[in-house]
Ligand binder design. Structure first.
Ligand code: ZN
Ligand code: ZN
Length: 569
């Protein structure tokens, strides 16, 4: 029975390049998950887009003397390029400037307004007398009232992740001129979150399959009590409030961006030629909806978006929100303003995508922060990808290619040639072990199904390690001199193992897995074969072997580390 899976991925602000923190936090995990479901034959829709509105974009545009739309378009193109190079396989990566998105956002706003879940109120808003403008969101900074961090903004504190109302900021100042703002009356719309408090708490308490960090954060947040939140801003750049008398006001970027999950699905449906097809992902109760985000986005996806969906009605609520923790860089907290970051376009201009995908997978910040260092990058690439997995593949393929006419050899007695490995107090045959691991990774309710990415890739690499030991023990390059058939059989076994490895590793390392798929003589895409299809047939023609990965020079560690914290151009 195939499943239908909706995957919503956090919408990156189109105000700068992506960095490794974004990738480890929110972009690599959904891609692994989507590839896993696709190779299983499930129907996947993975969508996201660039968030082109809000103060991050207008601030960047003002700094560079450009129009906000110009900045947004520039980075949107760059994102598309990065996804292609890193292999992040969106079904649609759109943006929030489309007419379709504005239409869907207006529909949700007006529906919630008519049902009484949005109301109008006059509020006092920060206003800079020097700049003569209202200071929305990032235009105002100060100290966080919750955690005392000094860099909190008018919409959120990056340190503790809590949304903030500007009036709550301690020592507020204008970001542009540092003047202490005055507060002036302005009419705005509010989302009645208080109405949904009990309903949300009931719902969240049932989500026992959520990651502990996500569940605990959300429950404690709800237990502290919700406040209604303003969902409009005094700002020109964004989706206008669709009512007369509110000129110069736009929907708040957070209210509008989460609607992107729905609007992107509608856009995808339209371009598929069946406009109503979006319903199959949003109204069929059997569809599971996953949202992949970094931990700074948790409340918007576990509270605000579900409240909006409850208010609108007849749309699926999130099934799971496997938010990741943060990635630190060389032991320090990532900071884009101090250029303490590894930028994805820079990385991709110098190194292979699978090397990064490997490191970020084995070191994924699933349950706690993890660190990226260039030394670790080189070590894992050279010792694990190249030495353990890549060399295994290369040894097996080159020796077979040379000695068996470039074809998969014919085996005889597999039982005699197997290797027995003691595992959990019992003896397991290596071929069975590899199948068990493949199954543990892929099965329904298995590791990838439950977003245990780190554990899955580690188990696959353990099989690669055992396969190397098997090959050393059987030494077909020696045995072939006395017993050609015994050598052929052990090579056949090794070929089965590497073929299963490519399937286990496919969601993580799609480029090298596809390459190995072709080297093994399979035609077409690995995804079309499916994860169970893993055994090359004797006589199958191999392609001329090529190494899957390249060894990296230790010297790059010093060179790359020295770029950190410098001027980024
Ligand atoms: Zn804080
Ligand atoms: Zn000012």
């Amino acid at each position: 029975m195939s499943e239908r899976i909706f995957i919503g991925v956090a919408w990156p602000y189109a105000d700068g390049p992506l960095h490794l923190g974004h990738i480890a936090g929110a972009y690599l995990p959904p891609d692994i998950f989507a590839r896993y479901h696709r190779i299983k034959g499930n129907e996947v829709l993975m969508v996201s887009g660039s968030d082109q509105h809000g103060t991050p974009i207008t601030i960047k545009a003002e700094q560079e003397g450009k129009a906000p739309g110009e900045i947004a378009t520039q980075y949107h193109q760059q994102f598309l390029d990065s996804w292609r190079k890193l292999g992040i396989s969106f079904d649609l990566f759109t943006n929030t400037s489309t007419a379709n998105h504005a239409e869907v956002a207006h529909d949700i706003f007006l529906t919630l307004l008519h049902r009484g879940y949005i109301y109008k109120a006059t509020v006092s808003q920060p206003y800079c007398p020097h700049c003569q403008r209202f200071l929305s969101d990032r235009y105002i900074e100060g100290t966080c009232p919750y955690c005392n961090s000094s860099g909190a903004r008018g919409d959120q504190c990056d340190d503790c992740g809590k949304p903030i109302n500007p009036v709550e900021l301690i020592d507020p100042r204008c970001r542009l001129c540092a003047t202490t703002p005055q507060f002036k009356d302005s009419e705005h719309f509010f989302l009645k979150l208080t109405h949904f408090e009990d309903k949300l708490l009931d719902w969240v308490r049932q989500q026992t399959h959520w990651r502990q960090n996500v569940l605990n954060f959300t429950i404690s947040y709800l237990e502290q009590g919700l406040k209604d939140r303003a969902i409009t801003r005094d700002i020109e750049w964004g989706i206008p409030v669709p009512l007369d008398g509110f000129e110069g006001k736009c929907l708040y970027v957070w209210f509008e961006a989460v609607i992107g999950y729905l609007s992107a699905t509608k856009e995808w449906a339209k371009s598929s030629g069946d406009e109503e097809r979006w319903r199959s992902f949003w109204q069929d109760k059997d569809v599971k909806s996953y949202y992949f985000i970094g931990k700074d986005n948790i409340p918007f996806h576990t509270i605000v978006w579900p409240a909006m969906l409850m208010g609108y009605g007849d749309l699926n609520l999130p099934y799971d929100i496997p938010a990741n923790e943060f990635l630190t860089i060389e032991g320090r907290r990532l900071s884009t303003s101090r250029n303490w970051a590894v930028w994805l376009p820079d990385y991709l201009s110098r190194y292979d995508p699978d090397a990064l995908r490997y490191l970020l997978s084995v070191n994924m910040p699933e349950t706690g922060d993890t660190d990226f260092s260039w030394r670790e990058f080189v070590r894992r690439n050279n010792d694990e990808l190249v030495a353990t997995y890549g060399n295994l593949v290369h040894r097996v393929l080159t020796f077979t290619y040379r000695n068996f006419d470039g074809c998969v050899p014919t085996y005889d007695d597999m039982g005699a040639i197997n290797k027995v490995i003691p595992m959990d107090g019992r003896d397991v045959r290596l071929d069975n072990l590899s199948l068990t691991v493949l199954n543990t990774i892929y099965a329904d309710n298995g590791l990838l199904y439950n977003c245990n990415f780190k554990q899955a890739i580690k188990m696959a690499m353990a099989v690669a390690h055992e396969a190397n030991r098997y090959l050393d023990e059987k030494s077909p390059w020696k045995v072939i001199k006395e017993n050609r058939q015994a050598a052929a059989t052990s090579l056949y076994m090794a070929i089965c193992l590497i073929s299963r490895l490519k399937n286990m590793l496919y969601p993580f390392l799609p480029f090298s897995s596809q390459k190995l798929h072709e080297l093994l003589g399979f035609e077409g895409s690995i995804e079309d074969y499916g994860w169970r299809s893993n055994t090359p047939l004797p006589g199958q023609k191999l392609l001329e072997p090529q190494p899957l990965f390249s060894k990296l020079d230790e010297g790059l560690v010093a060179e790359e580390t020295s770029r950190l914290g410098g001027v980024h151009c």
